[in-house]
Design a protein around this ligand. Structure first.
Ligand SMILES: Cc1c2[nH]c(c1CCC(=O)O)Cc1[nH]c(c(CCC(=O)O)c1C)Cc1[nH]c(c(CCC(=O)O)c1C)Cc1[nH]c(c(C)c1CCC(=O)O)C2
Length: 358
């Protein structure tokens, strides 16, 4: 636990301030929760689209430190969120492991799929830090340029979720190839999960060495597995990463986001040792307050479709989330990434609601 002396308002000339986002992760309950949004840098912002149209591919944007820094700062300038998430993607890791990754306009990610142990043997974690050097450089720039009160978040994908993209070769509806491998050849699938898990832990540690102040592990497809498989392919690899990370950085907060985990949320929290947990859109907030937030800080969980809709529905949904979760350690967020059609005015309304300006 860090000692919080007091949290001073923006513009205060008192030098010793604690960033509200980090205070929440250290267990503080605040009068107004800090806020950031998943995918807060992206296509719903015209200034992002402007930068994006001048690069040939999405990965080029991720690997050009000046540009990655610029798009990270854009939503901070516009809305004043309490945290910036470094601009990158969960699929830079398979790229750094030696798998071919491209992003096709309008179609999403495309990877040369790996399907078995022999494909797997062509990947290696030996060069990930060299390959990911531009990400580390970008973090240095972000740290220099972010406002003092804004925290910087690093991230990676969780092994199960990253494995689905590596095996399916892109986004998927049923994860048939991934499940076939995991259920028919669990030992060889375990080799893939371990490779990704250890590389991920080292990658997250390196992000901290460059200056990120908290990390988030995105397990976007945690919710598609039966219980034994959830324990083996979601909980165990996450615990492996948390353990390895905490050995090197015991004081850096680690947020787990097992999207769709449902009734498995308590087991995930208990068994993995994450510092805080991200709630997806479907988690009832009253239940989360009683079951999860008594043990650790929670983050979430406005439905991105509600933010897109705006109006009374937005006001009411934000009101209910605040009512149920703001009496404990809490970070306001969406339950999944912001949708690209979302009007900027709805995000401004959300900021005013959460900051108590309306
Ligand atoms: C599964 C996943 C991916 N990437 C990510 C996840 C986990 C969270 C989730 O479930 O959404 C995480 C991610 N992707 C991106 C960030 C950047 C930081 C931020 O949150 O602002 C983060 C944290 C940028 C991005 N990653 C991507 C974009 C859009 C690409 C573009 O600008 O052309 C951005 C801004 C592309 C991407 N990247 C991925 C997909 C499936 C796609 C295509 C879908 C789409 O286009 O929205 C993989």
């Amino acid at each position: 636990m860090i000692k919080i002396q007091s949290i001073f308002p923006r513009g205060s000339n008192v030098t010793k301030t604690v960033k509200p986002f980090l205070a929440a992760l250290h267990g503080e309950t605040q009068a107004r929760p800090p806020i950031w949004l998943m995918r807060q840098a992206g296509r719903y912002l015209e200034e992002y689209r402007e930068v994006r149209k001048n690069v040939s591919g999405f990965l080029e944007l991720c690997y050009t430190p000046e540009l990655a820094c610029e798009v990270t700062l854009q939503p901070i300038r516009r809305f004043g969120f309490d945290a910036a998430i470094m601009f990158s993607d969960i699929l830079v890791l398979p790229d750094a492991l030696g798998q071919e990754v491209t992003f096709v306009e309008g179609e999403g990610p495309k990877l040369a799929p790996i399907r078995n142990g022999s494909d797997l043997s062509k990947l290696s974690a030996d060069w990930i830090h060299q390959r990911l050097e531009p990400v580390y450089e970008a973090i240095t720039l972000m740290k220099q340029r972010l406002p003092d009160q804004t925290a910087l978040i690093g991230f990676a994908g969780a092994p199960w979720t990253v494995a689905t993209y590596m095996i399916e070769g892109g986004s998927s509806k049923d994860f048939a190839n991934t499940k076939a491998w995991a259920f028919q050849n669990p030992n060889s699938f375990q080799d893939l999960i371990n490779l990704v898990a250890d590389a991920t832990a080292d990658y997250l540690c390196a992000q901290v060495d460059q200056g990120v102040e908290a990390v988030q592990l995105f397990d976007s497809w945690a919710g598609v597995l039966p219980e034994d498989a959830f324990a083996r392919w979601v909980i165990e690899p996450t615990k492996r990463i948390v353990d390895r990370f905490k050995q090197r950085h015991p004081d850096i907060p680690f947020i787990g986001f097992p999207r769709g985990a449902g009734i498995n949320y308590p087991a995930y929290v208990e068994a993995t040792g994450v510092t805080a947990v991200g709630l997806d859109t479907t988690v009832p907030t009253k239940w989360a307050a009683e079951t999860l937030q008594k043990k650790l800080p929670v983050q979430g969980n406005l439905d991105p479709q509600v933010l897109l809709a705006g109006g009374d529905m937005l006001d009411q949904s934000v009101g209910r989330i605040l009512e149920n979760l703001q009496d404990g350690p809490f970070i306001f967020n969406l339950g999944h990434g912001i949708i690209k059609e979302t009007p900027v005015s709805h995000v401004e309304r959300l900021m005013n609601l959460v900051r108590g300006r309306v």
